[in-house]
Design a protein around this ligand. Structure first.
Ligand SMILES: NC(=O)c1ccc[n+]([C@@H]2O[C@H](COP(=O)([O-])OP(=O)(O)OC[C@H]3O[C@@H](n4cnc5c(N)ncnc54)[C@H](OP(=O)(O)O)[C@@H]3O)[C@@H](O)[C@H]2O)c1
Length: 299
């Protein structure tokens, strides 16, 4: 082999051929990787055999087939159930099953006890975005830096890769933090659509306004990060919390006028009021982080 000869695609195993596992397998097959698959319900793996995958009769057989083992199952309990009895010594286990940080850490210790290197992953993509480099989808990885370095090119086939540290809980933490922020945004969109709902305003005309407004407002994350880093939440504040709390009455009255429940809005407004009541009216909303997180040192 000369220096210019690309390395042959490495063989790998995928446990779990649900919607996400199937998309992952197809991406690796398309890139020329030999893939061994296993799924609890065998029929769900059969379609992939026609596409070139080798279907193993058991999870243990699939794990024995290759050093690199990808797991993409429903939850951490299913990972434990599937791998029970499989020989993991010398394996590189990459767990792309969504879980909590504590589950990622416990699963890493569990894998290490069984002689495997371990990497946890959090997939920031839906199945149709897998294997589509322009989709913007990616996977957070954390855990064994050596495993990540050794398999980085293979892991980059289905989606972009972002390694976020040796703590095996960090991939899940980053994943869940972003998902949680997303639900805040979904909550805001639901409330906004409910407000315009009774009126002669077409949702399809309103949607572009929401997209551009939320996009512009999301840039405030950079300012919040600067303030959290410096510890000064009053620097360069243009919309102070006292003013925002006063204005929130308008939001609540408008919801009432439109016959819309304010239940998605009121918890956040209550936090803003509490922070002002505690004497922080000159801040922006960054200080709410301290009300939510008892482990943050309050200013
Ligand atoms: N789909 C998405 O948009 C998306 C996006 C990001 C991350 N994820 C994550 O990817 C993972 C897989 O999601 P998915 O969309 O592929 O879900 P899915 O289509 O519901 O597939 C679930 C998989 O888990 C298996 N499974 C469930 N319980 C099991 C058990 N006790 N023992 C062994 N296998 C078990 C299922 O096997 P059977 O076929 O036998 O039921 C199937 O292979 C999840 O952790 C999910 O959070 C999904």
């Amino acid at each position: 082999m000369t220096d210019k000869t690309p390395a042959a695609p490495i063989p790998l195993t995928v446990l779990g051929t649900g919607a996400m596992g199937t998309a992952l397998v197809r991406a690796w097959l398309a890139a020329g990787h030999p893939v061994t698959v296993w799924n609890r319900t065998a029929a769900r793996a059969e379609a992939l055999a026609a596409e070139g995958a080798t279907v193993a009769a058991s999870a243990a057989e699939a794990v024995a087939a290759n050093r690199l083992v990808i797991v993409c199952l429903l939850d951490d309990a299913s990972v434990g159930a599937a791998l029970d009895g499989a020989g993991l010594t010398g394996r590189d286990l990459v767990n792309l099953t969504t879980g909590t940080p504590a589950e990622g850490r416990a699963r890493a210790a569990w894998a290490q006890d069984r002689g495997a290197r371990f990497l946890d992953g959090g997939i920031m993509a839906v199945p149709p975005a897998i294997g589509s480099p322009d989709s913007g989808g990616y996977v957070f990885y954390s855990g064994s830096a050596e495993l990540f370095a050794d398999h980085r090119d293979t892991l980059a086939v289905p989606a972009g890769t972002r390694y976020v540290g040796t703590d095996p809980g960090f991939a899940a933490l980053h994943d869940v933090a972003l998902l949680s922020a997303m639900y805040g945004m979904f909550a805001g969109m639901a409330h906004a659509f409910a407000l315009i709902g009774p009126e002669d305003i077409a949702p399809k005309d309103f949607a572009p306004l929401l997209v551009s407004w939320l996009g512009a407002m999301s840039g405030s994350a950079h300012k919040a990060a600067d303030r959290l880093t410096s510890g000064d939440y009053t620097k360069d504040v243009v919309s102070n919390l006292a003013m925002q709390v006063a204005g929130s009455a308008t939001l609540l009255r408008t919801a009432e006028e439109q016959g819309v429940s304010a239940e998605l809005l009121t918890p956040y407004l209550a936090l803003m009021e509490r922070r002002v009541a505690e004497g922080h009216g000159e801040e922006d909303t960054t200080g709410l982080v301290h009300l939510l997180s008892p482990r943050s040192a309050d200013s």
